[in-house]
Structures are given as C-alpha cells and as structure tokens.
Design a protein around this ligand. Structure first.
Ligand SMILES: Nc1ncnc2c1ncn2[C@@H]1O[C@H](COP(=O)(O)OP(=O)(O)OP(=O)(O)O)[C@@H](O)[C@H]1O
Ligand SMILES: [Mg+2]
Length: 188
C-alpha cells in the first residue's frame, strides 16, 4: 500500500462574486514510504494549491471539489479538524512557500517550538528544549536562535526555523513548497 495515494483530485477556488478557477484538475499520483517526488510547472499551474490540499491546509475560497486523498490507508479528503490534528503528528506536515513569513513576529523561536510541542504533546516538557536544539542543529542553526524573534533573523534563517518546526512533528510525509528559495546554495 502506498503512503499517499491521490486519485482524481480537483480543487476549485470559488471567490464570492467572481468566476471559479479550477486550480487542480483531476490529479492522480502515488507516493511510497521513503520516496521523493518533485513537481514542476509554470507559475499559477496549481503546485501550491495541490500541496495545501494534500495536507488539508487549503482554506476558503479553495474547495476540494472531488477526488480522494488516501494517506496511509485513510481518506483524509473529508476529515474534520480534530481527526486531522491527530494525523499531523507522525503523519504529514507542510513547509510553505515563504514559510519564513508564517512565523509570529511577537513570539520567540523557542515559543514557536513550545507551541508545537504543547499542541501535539509528543515531547515531554523536560525534553522540549533539548529537542528544539536538536531540530535546529539539523538545519544548521545554533541553540541561541531559540531566544531570538523572527524579525532578528535573516530570511534564510527563518525558513530553516520553519523547516525545523515541521520536522518536530516527525511526519512520515512532508510537502515542501519551494522551501529553499530563501537559502544560499550551500545551505540548500
Ligand atoms: N486564494 C485564491 N483565490 C482565488 N484563486 C487563487 C487563490 N490562490 C491561487 N489561486 C489561483 O489558483 C491557480 C494556481 O495557483 P497556485 O498558487 O497553486 O500556483 P503555483 O503553481 O503554486 O504557482 P507559483 O509557481 O507561482 O507558486 C492560479 O490560477 C491562481 O490564480
Ligand atoms: Mg506556488
């Protein structure tokens, strides 16, 4: 069984009082555990929309109009918020295009990790700081970054913090949307 099986997925944007756009049109693909798949296409072809749909982060006016998203044997296309939260830990995570701008400017990096650990409860409180330092190390950032605010970091550093936060959920599937755009070639 594939880790992820997408069948005939169609995602439509339906803005109020405007024409609907079919951004993802009957896409099917499957992904095995440990496999990497790259998606290439021109600007506006629906790559980000597909990523948001797969991880169920798509918000109105986006709507999954049809199709199935079977993750690890379960169709998540129609799942509610609580069920989805359970799927995210050890399940799937997404690193956003310009994820570096998704950090909260008034919370330190350490706070961001604390929020994720608290929301998912998978790292015991006494282990949290050490775990955050380990994750930062994976993206080549020093422990001192924990006490910094997003605005005090470079774009590339913020992007790496976003990646470390996504890794903190130990997902089996990660969707990266242009995650290295803000990084220099060595860090890429
Ligand atoms: N919030 C939105 N409301 C309405 N239409 C949208 C919205 N977001 C995206 N679209 C439309 O959906 C289509 C796909 O956009 P998407 O962002 O998925 O493309 P992309 O392949 O990721 O492009 P890029 O390479 O520029 O990041 C485009 O036609 C875009 O105009
Ligand atoms: Mg995009």
């Amino acid at each position: 069984m594939s880790l992820l099986q997408i069948e005939d997925l169609t995602v439509v944007y339906e803005p109020r009082g405007a024409q609907p756009t079919t951004a993802v049109d009957r896409v099917s693909l499957s992904l095995e555990q440990g496999e990497f798949v790259g998606l290439v296409g021109e600007s506006g072809s629906g790559k980000s929309t597909l990523g948001f749909a797969i991880t169920r982060l798509a918000k109105a006016p986006a709507r999954i109009a049809s199709g199935r998203i079977v993750f690890d044997g379960t169709d998540i296309a129609g799942m509610g918020a609580e069920e989805l939260r359970a799927q995210r830990r050890g399940g799937f995570a997404m690193v956003l295009q310009s994820g570096m701008n998704a950090l909260n400017p008034v919370r330190s990096v350490g706070h961001h990790f604390a929020d994720v650990f608290a929301a998912h409860g998978h790292v015991p409180a006494p282990r949290r700081r050490a775990r955050a330092v380990e994750l930062l190390d994976k993206v080549q950032l020093p422990a001192t970054v924990l006490d910094r605010y997003p605005g005090e970091l470079s774009g590339g550093m913020r992007q790496r913090v976003s990646i470390a936060l996504a890794l903190s959920l130990e997902p089996r599937l990660m969707v990266f949307d242009e995650p290295t755009t803000a990084l220099d070639v060595l860090v890429q």
